[in-house]
Design a protein around this ligand. Sequence first.
Ligand code: FMN
Length: 160
Amino acid sequence: MTTIDPALFRQVLGHYPTGVAVITATGEDAPHTMVVGSFTSVSLDPPLVGFLPGKTSTTWPLIEATGHFGVNVLGANHGDLCRQLAGKADRMAGVDWHVGEHGVPLLDEALVTIACRIAWVHEAGDHHFVLGQALGMAVRRDGAPMLFHKGRYGGFAPLG
Ligand SMILES: Cc1cc2nc3c(=O)[nH]c(=O)nc-3n(C[C@H](O)[C@H](O)[C@H](O)COP(=O)(O)O)c2cc1C
């Protein structure tokens, strides 16, 4: 297999912008959460979405054990919320959330939310590829999305 320098891999892939989503799952008091840039739409029929948690993630096993997860897409005004949720300590302190109709915890502030059942987990190098069957979804507010590009958060600017 060809060897690619990890720093080059990060630099090159950092040029590809992503949205920012928060994966949520039922916890004891507050939901388990992890911020991901790897969320993606996978299939319309059947409705499938995916994301890739790293194998070193301490939160993914807690999410996996619940059998379900929520996807919460962040908006351009969610910088502080995102930094808190991507941190280590007390991620959900002061964050408003509710239990959605499929029993999955969802963030009140999200632009859109999707409740999923974990359909399939596949090994993908140093990550897992998680496929979720969408059980329910909703557009909650029509705001601009948050983007992540070259290690920085930003917003979306339409071309003319
Ligand atoms: C913008 C952004 C995107 C991220 N994308 C991913 C991702 O796709 N997969 C992943 O495992 N971690 C991702 N992370 C890191 C996680 O948010 C988290 O820090 C990591 O899972 C370690 O925390 P944990 O041990 O609680 O899982 C991302 C972080 C940020 C700020």
